[in-house]
Design a binder for this molecule. Structure first.
Ligand SMILES: C[S@@+](CC[C@H](N)C(=O)[O-])C[C@H]1O[C@@H](n2cnc3c(N)ncnc32)[C@H](O)[C@@H]1O
Length: 252
């Protein structure tokens, strides 16, 4: 059994303050707080800002944003019921500044220029790969506000799944791209200025560590099995394919 103390990573001091059991019970993929803590270094968040957490899932990142940066968070998601997130936000003591809502990323109901920032962790690849999406999303951010994403991706663009990954391949991995691919997708619209493009250091190794933990400690059979598959896939890959692009752009 992997000891949960392995999750206390010196490079993520803020994330280390969160209960591993809470994270394991509510996770939906790679460790969202490690990704967000890394991304946040480029976001310029200030207390009181209005932040849209788009594709927030069970809202772990929304709680983190409110507690760590003192921002107000609109926690928007498609698959997870806002009522479930409201209960989590209440239990976490942040319901006065984290607002749960149901949202479809292509049909947002906010006022134009409303947000100081949009943040999206392990979700943007599901809805943001179209050429024109960043321009649509940018409408809801004030000029000078920031959009930041952390997504699972790849080290190099591909045309077919790598042969050694065929048995593990999910068709929606087709939305995994390189950091440069995302940079170009955004920059060519002229709607945003790219502020940072980098990869989450040791991203695949951290994904493997987290998957190992959730394979052993996950609450449901589904999570344990999905996580064990991720470990086997990452071992078969041996660092050849996956990466975690982190991008931040400023709205013009
Ligand atoms: C893998 S989960 C990640 C959740 C959370 N950000 C995290 O890291 O724990 C991806 C999330 O994207 C959301 N999502 C996918 N398509 C969406 C869409 N079209 N509009 C809004 N949210 C979407 C899903 O509801 C899901 O909760």
């Amino acid at each position: 059994m992997t000891d949960l103390s392995a999750l206390a990573r010196p490079e993520f001091p803020r994330s280390t303050g969160y209960d591993p059991a809470w994270l394991i019970a509510n996770c939906m993929g790679p460790h969202p707080l490690w990704l967000l803590e890394d991304l946040a270094a480029d976001l310029g968040l200030e207390p009181g800002m209005r932040v849209l957490d788009l594709g927030c899932g069970r809202g772990l990142t929304s709680v983190f944003l409110a507690r760590e940066f003192g921002v107000q968070v609109w926690a928007a998601d498609l698959w997870i019921e806002p009522g479930d997130n409201f209960a989590r936000f209440t239990a976490a003591g942040v319901a006065d500044r984290v607002f749960p809502l149901h949202a479809e990323a292509h049909d947002l109901k906010f006022a134009e220029g409303y947000f100081d920032a949009v943040v999206s962790v392990d979700a943007y690849q599901y809805f943001g790969t179209a050429d024109l999406y960043i321009g649509y999303l940018a409408k809801f951010v004030r000029p000078g506000g920031r959009i930041g994403i952390a997504v699972p991706g790849v080290r190099a663009e591909f045309t077919e799944p790598p042969a050694w990954l065929r048995t593990y391949w999910e068709w929606d991995f087709a939305a995994f791209h390189t950091a440069d691919w995302w940079r170009n997708l955004w920059a060519r619209t002229g709607k945003v200025d790219i502020r940072s493009v980098r990869e989450h250091a040791d991203g695949p190794a951290l994904w493997r560590l987290w998957s190992q933990v959730t394979a052993e400690h996950g609450e449901s059979e589904f999570i344990r099995e999905m996580s064990a598959n991720a470990v086997a896939m990452l071992d078969a890959d041996a660092g050849r394919t996956f990466a975690f692009p982190l991008l931040v752009a400023e709205v013009r």
